[in-house]
Design a protein around this ligand. Structure first.
Ligand code: ADP
Ligand code: MG
Length: 224
């Protein structure tokens, strides 16, 4: 599990976290839900080790990580296929072409493998980042609003694809969103963040099986 002990984080005069503690279980999808600006990306960045904090410690982040950033961060000079290949470069024990093909197919971008990011829509770029993050065999997957700005149909498709993948390899997933529906559908644990400095307003465990939730979700879509 990942443990945060007494984390304090200040931006200039703004104290976003103060003596913040939490424990995140392994092999589950833990969701951080909260309004824009509450500190979700900061929390993820600190856990990922890419943003320093003032005080405290974070334990239990071991092995490889994949990170789906809020702003996609594709390599602009590389094609869709090359963007996925890039993260696989150091992995000699896998059939890279097979992995690339599998994940491109999964996000339905096989026909766009030779396109550059600037030639893709926002949703397509988002799909490349999801394929790239899953193609890399990480222990922990951090995702910051990965389904933001997608049309409902594509979002459903990707969330279903995400769950299929997750059910196969059960990584520890830290999932940031401000969308309650996404949280209820995907997460095992939902932590609602609030306040300045941030505190956990509620922690809900969802026990319903994910495939059941998916049926529920698809039924709900008809009423929207
Ligand atoms: P969220 O991801 O929940 O929308 P963030 O973690 O991005 O929120 O930001 C939390 C707060 O910290 C916000 O008030 C934001 O303005 C501030 N903040 C985040 N990053 C920086 C930074 N690099 N410099 C100054 N303030 C920042
Ligand atoms: Mg954010």
């Amino acid at each position: 599990m990942i443990q945060l002990h007494d984390i304090t984080k200040t931006f200039n005069q703004l104290k976003v976290f103060e003596n913040f503690n939490m424990t995140i279980p392994d092999k589950k999808i833990s969701c951080f839900l909260g309004a824009s600006g509450c500190g979700k990306s900061t929390l993820l960045n600190m856990i990922a080790g890419i943003m320093p904090y003032d005080q405290g410690s974070i334990d239990g982040i071991e092995g490889n990580q994949s990170y789906i950033f809020q702003d996609t961060r594709l390599l602009p000079w590389a094609t869709v296929e090359e963007n996925i290949r890039f993260v696989l470069k150091s992995l000699s024990h896998i059939n890279q072409q097979e992995v690339v093909d599998k994940y491109l197919n999964l996000v339905k971008l096989t026909d766009y493998r030779n396109y550059y990011p600037k030639e893709l829509s926002g949703g397509m770029k988002q799909r490349v980042t999801i394929a790239r993050a899953f193609a890399y065999p990480s222990n922990v997957l951090l995702m910051d609003e990965p389904f933001k700005g997608l049309n409902p149909e594509l979002k459903n498709e990707l969330m279903t694809a995400f769950m299929r993948l997750w059910q196969r390899d059960r990584r520890t997933v830290l999932f940031v969103t401000h969308d309650v529906d996404e949280a209820l559908l995907l997460a095992d644990e939902i932590y609602q963040l609030k306040g300045r400095p941030v505190y956990i307003e509620s922690h809900v465990k969802i026990d319903m099986a994910k495939d059941k939730r998916n049926d529920h979700w698809e039924a709900l879509q008809d009423y929207r």
